[in-house]
Design a protein around this ligand. Structure first.
Ligand code: ACM
Length: 543
């Protein structure tokens, strides 16, 4: 059944009027993304007007205020808010309801009739997702930042009971290769919330720039956040073909910026997973503090892409340095998960270094793989002792997985399968399906420079995050998945939005909606309406 239902009141009133486009009669179309787990459409609609009252229980007052703030810019209306006291029988109401525990911590029930809009949930996150659904039941113009010509604000009568399939529904953003301004990071988080995504993986450090201020080590940003120039065009193997743009590039987030963004995300039920790369992808850190490196020659912040052979050493002082960094990171980010990278750590310099070989011997390890594993274990023990959990890319399996590690399976699904079978949690991030820095169509000549091969939106939508190899017990270790936006070839916000959307809209549905309800044709018809929301929000999605 298609869920992009045209409610028939309009058609009944005007008989055989020519079929209108969603843009013209969008107030009568239901097109919620991600598709709710259970929805019944009734006749009638609720009319939002200047007289509409919003009521919440005591605990949900802040959510009521946020809801009003969502509605006010486009409608130009101001809503009367009331919290506590008896629940009114009409208007918009938001209330926690312990009897809905069966819908889980993020589930909600929504009932819309001609006289009321009632949102109930066991926990605040569920109420927030109920609000997101109400916004999507309104005309797309509700997302505009200023009053519009839309005259009627109608919400079709529905009953919905909804809850997510996975608990980790996310998107990553690389702000190292190209720095992304704070206001854009907030917009990125807003878009995640609109899609009922709950995790933002913030890739804060890499070879080409260190982007988070660390008070104890100021050179990480005074030196590590800046590069004098950047490679132009695609990375060629032939270094004589490299051309650089002569444009300094950089930037970083102060700890006050980070606190502001963390609070902003928290108010939208988005948890931030910060990533601090180690022991590879660390050129910017070594440029700032050469004593972290293996070689003695000075390094500069990287100005081109690719995997570098420069790597952290494994001295106790380097381990302590990175733990100091993580200690500050933990004061800024309240979420449980801290990402330590771990990917693409080229071991050649470790192999060639007598000091590293002596270290491997002294630690009683077999080889460089075990040294990487040892290094990650130091971080795992440190984070675990502080009540946090380590996440790393799937290379952290090599040489032995740290006891409490969660694995992001990016090179394929094998890492995720191996980790889940070993009893570890996994987040599925296979590059062929979830890397949104790849081309969006097979006709790459018509697309902005990207990474190949293509990952068109239909292949994202068709993807099943739980590998077929896992039985139902081990499949429980698949927490969910996320889309990746690596920014080597994405120089700013517009480009990031172009690559992320609408592919993230498809992934949001993969991660929220029961598998049996996923239907590509139905999704495509809802997406036609959904992009009007993205238009209203000035999102530069790929058309
Ligand atoms: C990765 O793409 N190197 C995680």
């Amino acid at each position: 059944m298609l869920f992009a239902l045209r409610i028939s009141v309009f058609a009944l009133a005007i008989g055989d009027a020519p079929r209108r486009s969603p843009a013209q009669d969008s107030s009568l179309t239901i097109a919620v993304i991600p598709r709710p787990a259970r929805m019944t459409v009734h006749t009638g609609r609720f009319r939002l007007t200047a007289d509409t009252r919003i009521w919440t229980d005591h605990a949900s007052a802040a959510l009521g205020a946020r809801f009003a703030r969502y509605l006010e810019p486009a409608t130009g209306l101001t809503f009367v808010l009331r919290s506590g006291g008896p629940q009114p029988s009409g208007g918009i109401t938001l209330a926690l309801d312990g009897s809905l525990k069966r819908l889980g911590p993020e589930g909600y029930a929504l009932d819309v009739t001609s006289s009321r809009v009632r949102i109930r949930a066991a926990e605040a996150a569920g109420l927030f997702y109920g609000v997101q659904t109400v916004l999507q039941l309104l005309p797309p113009a509700i997302y505009r930042g200023a009053p519009t010509e839309q005259r009627e604000w109608l919400i079709p009568a529905v009953s919905i009971e909804d809850a997510p399939r996975f608990s980790w529904r996310g998107a990553h953003l690389d702000v190292s290769r190209h720095f992304m301004p704070k206001e854009f990071v907030k917009k990125y988080i807003d878009l995640l919330a609109l899609h009922k995504m709950n995790t933002f993986h913030w890739h804060l450090t890499d070879d080409q720039g260190w982007r988070i201020a660390i008070a104890k080590y100021p050179k990480l940003t005074s030196v590590g956040a800046w590069r004098p120039e950047t490679l132009v065009g695609a990375l060629q193997e032939d270094s004589t073909a490299w051309r650089f743009d002569a444009q300094p590039h950089g930037g970083f987030y102060t700890q006050s910026d980070v606190r502001e963004i963390v609070a902003y995300a928290g108010a939208r039920f988005v948890t931030i997973v910060p990533e601090i790369e180690m022991p590879g992808h660390s050129v910017a850190a070594i440029a700032a503090y050469p004593e972290l490196g293996v070689t003695t020659y000075p390094l500069s912040v990287a100005t081109r892409w690719g995997v570098f052979s420069d790597i952290l050493n494994a001295d106790s002082s380097t381990v302590a340095f990175m733990q100091d960094v993580l200690a500050e990171v933990m004061t800024l980010f309240p979420g449980r998960f801290i990402h330590i990278g771990g990917d693409e750590a080229d071991k050649a310099k470790w192999k060639a270094s007598p000091a590293i070989q002596a270290r491997i011997h002294a630690l009683g390890l077999k080889d460089e793989q075990e040294l990487q594993s040892w290094f990650i274990r130091q971080m795992d023990a440190f984070l675990t002792a502080h009540g946090r959990r380590l996440v790393g890319w799937d290379e952290i399996l090599e040489g032995g997985l740290a006891p409490n590690a969660t694995v992001m399976s990016w090179r394929g699904t094998e890492g995720g399968i191996a980790a889940a079978r070993a009893g570890h949690d996994v987040v599925m991030t296979p590059w062929l399906r979830t890397y949104f820095n790849t081309y969006q169509s097979l006709d790459s000549a018509r697309e902005p420079l990207a990474t190949g091969p293509a990952t068109p939106i239909d292949s994202v939508y068709a993807w099943e995050p739980v590998p077929a190899e896992l039985d139902s017990l081990t499949a429980r270790h698949v927490l969910g998945a996320q889309g990746q936006v690596w920014t080597e070839y994405i120089t700013g916000p517009k480009g990031a939005e172009y690559m992320a959307y609408p592919r993230l809209s498809a992934l949001a549905e993969v991660l929220w909606t029961p598998r049996a309800l996923r239907d590509p044709r139905d999704f495509a018809s809802r997406l036609a309406m959904h992009v009007l929301r993205l238009d209203a929000l000035d999102v530069n999605y790929r058309r």
